[in-house]
Design a protein around this ligand. Structure first.
Ligand code: SF4
Ligand code: SF4
Length: 254
């Protein structure tokens, strides 16, 4: 297996090319990242006061969806963390008002609006945060992952007359003409839309440009919700897959 990272200028995003795996493994990695990485999220809320216009259930749901930082080494046995919230109206209450009893577990951003309080209204609650998995509820999903096959773009140089139609048509603008031939500039941006093929076919009888997927090479994009870094997400998911494979091997041997 070969991994090559693609430079991205966003801290919460990781892009890389993996070669030497099949679609089954690619999908296992995607699913492991989204559903098997343990992270903190609020799971129960104890209300002491709520005179806001929102029901307890609605506020609990909104607090549950606030992503929480999750320290390295967290697993399903990690301790519960409590966040308290007290506010008086008139005000807008943001995630930054949640006070955690563990500084390593906090809302990833202080600016998620939770509710509005009018004059004379108040709220007082304790939110109990547990470690869970995306497979049980989306509030424990630590990010988004997508992948696609790596494209192979072939141009028949003998037949290509450099008319430039494919270059003009490509919606991601990744084709160009350099030194008398068609070149692909940022291949990982190809969407397999095949507009280049269609444009060429309208003008020529033969297939001059073709786009097809590689079946053992994939382009991944991971976006973290902030619970942990994208690299930690990837490492944790790979460890999960390794442990599951070891367990399966052990069971088969028994
Ligand atoms: S449209 Fe076809 S013939 Fe024209 S430049 Fe592209 S590949 Fe060549
Ligand atoms: S398949 Fe679509 S995105 Fe890819 S090179 Fe052709 S026109 Fe561009």
């Amino acid at each position: 297996m070969r991994i090559e990272f693609i430079p991205v200028d966003k801290d919460d995003t990781l892009m890389f090319i993996v070669e030497g795996i099949d679609a089954t493994f690619a999908n296992s990695l995607r699913r492991a990242i989204m559903t098997e990485v343990p992270v903190y999220a609020c799971n129960e809320v104890v209300f002491y006061t709520n005179s806001s216009p929102l029901y307890d259930e609605v506020i609990s749901h909104r607090i549950g969806l606030v992503p929480l930082t999750t320290p390295e080494g967290t697993d399903k046995d990690s301790k519960m963390v409590t966040m308290s919230l007290e506010a008086q109206g008139p005000t807008t209450v943001y995630s930054g008002s949640l006070v955690s009893d563990d500084p390593s577990v906090q809302p990833v951003n202080d600016e998620f609006p939770l509710l509005k309080l009018g004059p004379g209204q108040s709220i007082s609650l304790n939110a109990e945060c547990y470690v869970g998995y995306g497979k049980d509820h989306v509030k424990w999903q630590p990010g988004l992952v997508g992948y696609k096959n790596y494209p192979i773009i072939d141009v028949d140089k003998q037949r290509c007359n450099l008319c430039g139609e494919c270059v003009k048509t490509c919606p991601t603008k990744i084709l160009g003409i350099e030194e008398g031939s068609i070149v692909v500039l940022e291949i990982f941006k190809c969407t397999f839309c095949k507009s280049c093929e269609d444009a060429c076919k309208r003008l020529n009888e033969n297939e001059i440009i073709t786009v097809r997927p590689m079946n053992d090479k994939f382009i991944f994009r991971i976006e973290s919700f902030g619970n942990m870094s994208t690299k930690d997400l990837l490492n944790t998911a790979l460890n999960v897959i390794e442990k599951k494979a070891e367990r399966l091997d052990q069971l088969l041997n028994e």
